[in-house]
Ligand binder design. Structure first.
Ligand SMILES: [Fe+2]
Length: 349
């Protein structure tokens, strides 16, 4: 028998994943017991399914605010268990989902409607969701912060517009429920963030915001190479070894280089300055984060090899290019140019 819930408003259960500091939300109409889950985390699958069962929820939707880079979603598994529909923004372009939303679309949930508000910037496919005086902002607007914009087609300009022209136009007393919090805060309001958000609050101009975002210098999320492709498949049936060739050392790249096959391309994805300083002869410099601009050109090669300094940026570029539909990419994932030099291979300056 479902337990009684607050009878006057949409019931919201906020749940936390310590590993990724992610908030997952269960929304339930207390009268019909129809519900939705937002941003479910794979490691918390058992917990979430238990709550859904204990609260007698008829789960209609598994909603994602965006393609997460820091954790793998359990959306695919929850769909298998409950039959609920997976919901994303159309702009996220995730395959094998059930509902694609555009800005302004509404999802009926019992006596409520969940309204989609397109808020690109952290990624190009971010969607916030408004219902019953609350907005679930994903990583677009955090408590006294906001999501980063330096990968997954992020844009600080878009993020500024999404926050100031979309979210800040909601009523001041709208409760904000973010996708993450790293400081133990649970929720905020539009009025609070308009006043106190240090990146985009009252005294900050658009230029201030862009400057702050340019200078964040954050490390990449540890799980990005695994999480992004996995979430492209709703979190299931992902084999990272299809994407990351751990066994591809520099000596193998040297063999490829010696073949001088015009159908192959070797990409150096370090910065332009690093490239000028010394690189593998005939490699092409496509600095990390600019892959999209070269997509058409890259499609003309049969095989692409990527290296950087340590292997980290090469892995992430591989992930990004795979998501964009390129196949036959290999990266040198655990070393980079210093090893090429140490092995006595030629360097061009
Ligand atoms: Fe994110």
């Amino acid at each position: 028998m479902p337990i009684a819930m607050c009878q006057h408003s949409l019931y919201v259960k906020q749940m936390f994943d310590r590993g990724s500091c992610t908030y997952t939300y269960l929304l339930v109409d207390p009268k019909t017991h129809q519900g939705a889950i937002i941003d479910a985390v794979k490691e918390q699958l058992e917990r979430d399914l238990r709550f859904i069962e204990e609260l007698g929820i008829e789960l209609l939707y598994i909603i994602e605010t965006h393609i997460h880079a820091d954790h793998i979603s359990s959306a695919g598994y929850i769909r298998q268990k409950t039959g609920a529909q997976i919901v994303y923004s159309q702009s996220a372009a995730v395959k094998s989902i059930d509902v694609e939303l555009k800005d302004g679309d509404e999802l009926p949930l019992g006596h409520y409607h969940i309204k989609a508000i397109s808020t690109p910037g952290h990624t190009n496919g971010c969607m916030s969701y408004y219902v019953d005086g609350m907005v679930f902002t994903g990583d677009t607007l955090l408590i006294r912060g906001c999501g980063r914009t330096d990968f997954q087609q992020g844009s600080s300009k878009d993020l500024y517009n999404s926050i100031t022209k979309k979210l800040f136009r909601l009523a001041d007393d709208t409760a904000i429920y973010p996708g993450h919090d790293y400081n133990g805060n649970a929720c905020s309001t539009i009025a609070e963030e308009k006043q106190w958000n240090p990146r985009v609050g009252m005294d900050k101009s658009r230029d201030d915001f862009l400057k702050i975002m340019r200078n964040l210098n954050l490390d990449l999320p540890k799980k990005i190479n695994e999480a992004v492709p996995a979430n492209e498949g709703c979190g299931i049936n992902f084999n990272p070894h299809l994407y990351i060739h751990d066994d591809f050392p520099m000596s193998e790249l040297y063999k490829v280089w010696q073949q001088k096959n015009p159908d192959n391309l070797i990409i150096d994805n370090r910065t332009k300055e690093d490239f000028i300083d010394g690189h593998i002869p005939h490699s092409k410099n496509i600095p990390f984060g600019t892959e999209l601009k070269h997509l058409q050109e890259l499609k003309s090669f049969k095989h692409i090899y990527i290296y950087c300094h340590s292997g980290r940026r090469a892995q992430t570029a591989l992930t990004n290019l795979t998501i964009m539909g390129l196949e036959n990419i290999t990266c040198v994932s655990h070393s980079g140019l210093p090893q090429w030099i140490a092995m006595g291979y030629p360097v061009e300056r």
